[in-house]
Write a protein that binds this ligand. Structure first.
Ligand SMILES: *Cc1c(COP(=O)(O)O)cnc(C)c1O
Length: 430
């Protein structure tokens, strides 16, 4: 019999036809912790990080994990202990990295809509850099810093106007996009920043999109940014670090993104050729550090054969795994126990939520029965961090596996948890 192949998932494999994450049988995890369940491999995350670290060997570089991809405290703790900084996009994320024990000096703060309260919180925490996304934000950050009597370290996010060749919802580096300052306005924005007493220019950054599977968009963005660095420095404003953002893709469905170390070999030779190889470099990878380190275990509740389609109804739904509904994204779905003796049928794999958009996989060949367990792969990034309570569904538990076993790092949300913040109207207003 042929077992499903799991390319891009070196930490997920079959042994005696049973799916394992590292050395732990998936069935055992589902029995112990229930379903739906997110399970992450510590080794897979550290291996993904190591590829970047190899790529930057001998260079001055800071890896800032873009924590919105997976903001579980245990995951943050793991990366903090491995020396990572963090790219945050809200005051809430700042509180999370603090709770995880991060070095706040290695935190950079991205996002188009930082509030004054968030700026104050980040200045008081002493973060490493604000990645400013508009001229208006420069003015407000300057005011907030002056009120506190400090200088805010700033980088301006430049929109290099390159096509990352990815899904429109996850492309961020083209004109007509809400992110960053247009390339043509960047020099003027730097001159303004340098003139403001509450700001200290430290760097420049860009981030062109997500799930990028080619090298060319990175090379194009790099050239555009380096052109700007030259112009800004000619205007007398030194740029200490250059931050190339995140965005490197993973293998969801036979995708072939460059490996992190090979990508950076190419990017570093371009940097060297242009005389920037010894600068402090920063990157903000998210998905590529965690995406293929996680799976979601789920149980088949019902099989529902139909005239046009067969449905496989599972206990995980769009509130747990929002990417298919949001981006029509593909996640591989594989059996926890492979059954070679049963002919597969074609199913749409759907959740219990009352929406036609609640599908997890379409037209999948599966040999399944009611009560079987399935694993949704590539579920380490932008799944649990985007999960909601829609349909009053408690969010799944999260488990991290390492060589010592399986550790519950977030308990399953109870129904009571989902309405704990609500109150009934008092009698007087009824
Ligand atoms: C989301 C985001 C990232 C990470 O993107 P990935 O595709 O997950 O690597 C990096 N930088 C910024 C500013 C982001 O918004």
């Amino acid at each position: 019999m042929t077992l499903p192949t799991l390319p891009g998932h070196p930490h997920v494999h079959y042994q005696d036809q049973a799916l394992h994450l590292d050395r732990i049988p998936a069935r055992q995890l589902a029995q112990e912790f229930g379903t739906p369940l997110f399970v992450y491999s510590k080794a897979a995350m550290l291996d993904a990080l190591a590829a970047y670290q190899r790529g930057f060997a001998g260079r001055r570089a800071q890896i800032c994990y873009a924590m919105k991809a997976n903001s579980s405290l245990a995951v943050l703790q793991l990366f903090a202990e491995a020396g990572c900084g963090f790219d945050i996009v809200s005051g809430g994320e700042l509180a999370r990295v603090r709770a995880a024990g991060a070095d706040l000096g290695k935190v950079i703060f991205s996002g188009v809509g930082k509030t004054r309260a968030e700026m104050r919180m980040a200045l008081e925490a002493g973060i490493g850099c604000f990645n400013v996304e508009s001229e208006a934000e420069l003015e407000v950050l300057n005011q907030v810093a002056c009120e506190l009597g400090v200088q805010a370290p700033v980088s301006i996010r430049v929109n290099p106007n390159v096509d990352a060749k990815t899904h429109p919802y996850i492309s961020t580096g083209l004109k007509g996009n809400k992110f960053g300052v247009a390339h043509d306005h960047a020099l003027a924005a730097y001159q303004r920043a340098a003139s403001l007493p509450g700001l200290r220019v430290v760097g420049i950054d860009c981030h062109i999109g997500s799930q990028i599977t080619q090298t060319t968009p990175y090379l194009d963005a790099m050239d555009r940014i380096l052109d700007l660095v030259e112009a800004i420095e000619q205007a007398g404003i030194p740029i200490h670090h250059i931050d190339f953002g995140g965005g490197l893709g993973i293998d969801y469905n036979g995708d072939t993104p460059p490996k992190a170390d090979e990508l950076w070999q190419q990017l570093l030779s371009r940097l060297d050729a242009r005389g920037f190889g010894q600068r402090l470099l920063m990157i903000e990878p998210g998905r590529s550090l965690v995406g293929n380190a996680g799976i979601c275990l789920t149980e088949v509740l019902y099989l529902k054969p139909g005239e046009q389609k067969n449905f496989c109804i599972i206990d995980a739904a769009m509130n747990d795994l929002p990417r298919p509904a949001m981006y029509e994204a593909y996640h591989a779905i594989v059996p926890v126990q492979a059954k070679g003796d049963q002919a597969p049928s074609r199913y749409d794999v759907v959740g219990p939520v009352c929406e036609s958009g609640d599908w997890i996989g379409r037209d999948r060949e599966l040999a399944v029965a009611q009560g079987d367990l399935l694993a949704v792969l590539s579920a380490g990034a932008y799944c649990m961090s985007m999960a909601s309570n829609y349909n009053t569904r408690g969010r799944p538990a999260e488990v991290l596996v390492d060589d010592k076993g399986a550790h519950l790092v977030r308990r399953r949300e109870s129904v009571e948890d989902t309405f704990a913040l609500e109150t009934l109207l008092p009698a007087a207003v009824r």
